[in-house]
Ligand binder design. Structure first.
Ligand SMILES: C[S@@+](CC[C@H](N)C(=O)[O-])C[C@H]1O[C@@H](n2cnc3c(N)ncnc32)[C@H](O)[C@@H]1O
Ligand SMILES: [Zn+2]
Length: 273
């Protein structure tokens, strides 16, 4: 990928047999699993931990969010239509569930997955290799300090991840698109009805996207029924409620064998001005 910049000195990174290096001699090796760690000391050790990564991987592998992945991929196909080789970055990509589906559906694009969590990108890269996807690369990197040159990307995708408005604006080309997926008001209401005595609807997020114009909005909602304690525990572990549920709520959830809940996703598209 020709648009990468060194996280230390910000000059261009060149690809070589061991990974990447810049002209000032900073060197970033490709790990055996295929990802490249571009985190500097400032960022290391953050992001989702191994347990959370495993819970999310197991849950996503059951296909409950596949309709969302398909819809995001269809949106990305439409937004990059006609372009020869688009650069597409999935920021805060987690273990690459959506990134690898994007790479599969956009065979002419160069797709990158970036996440602060090394365990997450390690998983994404292993999965890409297992599926023989050759147009996707995973980097450990922060969304707030992306290892990409100014105006180098055609599309940035951010799914349930931190929105770094200014950094996304720097990296996107003029007219490039940003797709943000966030929970709709009803998302996981069934789960919250078990956890809390007074469940609440999700509030919309404010992103401060000064350099962007709205370019489309879609809401995808459907119900799912989780069929085992393990699936329920995995879903719970990948939500923010995991950290803020009173013990009684946790106890109620642990007794359930099945759980029906709404899923709701707001898919918002923005155009870089
Ligand atoms: C809720 S998860 C979503 C992951 C993935 N997009 C998905 O939907 O499966 C949020 C992700 O953001 C990552 N993250 C948190 N802060 C970040 C940052 N500053 N830069 C990049 N990734 C970050 C976490 O490590 C985690 O993988
Ligand atoms: Zn350098």
């Amino acid at each position: 990928m020709s648009v990468l910049i060194c996280p230390v000195c910000k000059t261009r990174l060149k690809r070589n047999s061991f990974g990447y290096s810049c002209k000032k001699g900073h060197r970033f090796d490709r790990a055996a699993q295929g990802y490249v760690n571009l985190l500097t000391a400032r960022h290391s050790g953050s992001g989702d931990d191994k347990g959370m990564v495993r819970a999310r991987t197991d849950f996503l592998s059951k296909g409950y969010y596949r309709p969302l992945a398909e819809r995001v991929a269809e949106t990305a196909v439409k937004l990059t239509e006609g372009a020869e080789a688009s650069v597409v970055i999935d920021c805060g990509c987690g273990e690459g569930y959506y990134t690898n589906i994007l790479a599969d559906k956009l065979p002419r694009a160069e797709v990158c997955g970036c996440d602060l969590s090394v365990s997450a990108v390690r998983h994404g890269a292993s999965e890409a290799a297992a599926r023989k996807l050759t147009n996707v690369t995973f980097f450990a990197a922060s969304s707030f300090e992306l290892p990409f040159a100014d105006r180098s990307a055609d599309l940035i995708v951010s799914i349930f991840s931190p929105v770094a408005a200014e950094e996304f604006a720097r990296v996107l080309k003029k007219g490039g698109r940003l797709v943000i997926v966030s929970p709709s008001p009803i998302h996981l209401y069934g789960l919250k009805s078990v956890l809390y005595d007074e469940p609440y609807l999700n509030k919309p997020n404010e992103y401060g996207l000064k350099s962007f114009a709205p370019a489309g909005e879609e809401r995808l909602e459907y119900k799912i029924t989780l069929g085992s304690r393990k699936e329920i525990a995995d879903l719970y572990a990948m939500t923010p409620y995991y950290y803020k549920t009173p013990p009684e709520g946790r106890e109620r959830l642990s007794r359930l064998e099945t759980l029906e809940t709404d899923c709701g996703f707001d898919i918002s598209v923005f155009r870089k001005k």
